[in-house]
Design a binder for this molecule. Structure first.
Ligand code: ADP
Ligand code: MG
Length: 207
């Protein structure tokens, strides 16, 4: 089980890892978008870490709601409202909970993904963050059903997310700025799918 103190620690690790990958994410976005994804994510998660620095609220729902609202209000690009929606949807599930299990986490992923799909009107296979998040969710759910430990489940999720990132190189973007390039988006990996994998990898490392 994970409490709000641990979640603050995990979120700070996410911020550190996103900051480490800032240039990389920006370069990926520059190839088929406008080159601001690393900057956007770094700005958003740095604001999140600042916001939750002195947070003493034990309710994980309240904490995640703050995260979502901070991302929506600080990130200019398309990714801000999408990641923001993901955290806000997950916060509804976590409302009133002072601890969450790996089963809770996978359910929150499911709800977050549904939120992203609705907000961005996208589905799997359109070269977006969903192409790493959906396989991570599906493989994580299977791993739980197979009786794997939380750490093993998160490892499976992280690996599935990075495989999803590789998959984005093989498909044409039909959503977001990269869709303006059509076939020229082939061969390039999606920046948002990559940041999602970075986030899952930071969660895995924190446990
Ligand atoms: P912008 O495209 O406004 O510059 P960012 O560069 O921060 O915003 O984010 C781009 C990423 O957002 C893309 O790499 C993609 O993964 C994701 N994205 C864009 N549009 C959508 C959408 N409709 N649904 C899901 N993800 C999307
Ligand atoms: Mg961009």
């Amino acid at each position: 089980m994970v409490n709000s103190t641990k979640i603050v620690e995990i979120l700070n690790n996410v911020t550190d890892k996103i900051n480490d990958k800032k240039l990389y994410l920006t370069e990926l976005d520059a190839a088929i978008g406008d080159g601001d994804h690393g900057l956007n994510m770094s700005k958003g998660f740095s604001a999140v870490s600042e916001k939750i620095k002195c947070d003493t609220d034990k309710d994980i729902g309240n904490l995640l709601k703050k995260v979502g609202m901070t991302l929506v209000s600080t990130v200019g690009g398309a990714s801000g409202p999408l990641y923001g929606t993901a955290f806000m949807k997950a916060s509804i599930y976590a409302k009133g909970k002072e601890e969450i299990s790996i089963e809770d986490f996978i359910e929150m992923m499911n709800i977050a993904i549904e939120g992203i799909k609705m907000r961005g009107k996208a589905k799997k296979g359109e070269k977006t963050m969903l192409d790493s998040l959906i396989p991570a969710y599906e493989e994580g759910k299977k791993a739980i059903e197979d009786g794997k430990s939380p750490k093993e489940v998160l490892e499976v999720m992280k690996n599935a997310a990075y495989e999803g990132v590789e998959y984005t190189k093989t498909i044409i973007a039909t959503k977001g700025r990269a869709s303006y390039l059509g076939e020229r988006s082939l061969g390039h990996q999606d920046a948002g799918a990559t940041s999602s994998a970075v986030i899952l990898s930071a969660i895995y490392d924190s446990l």
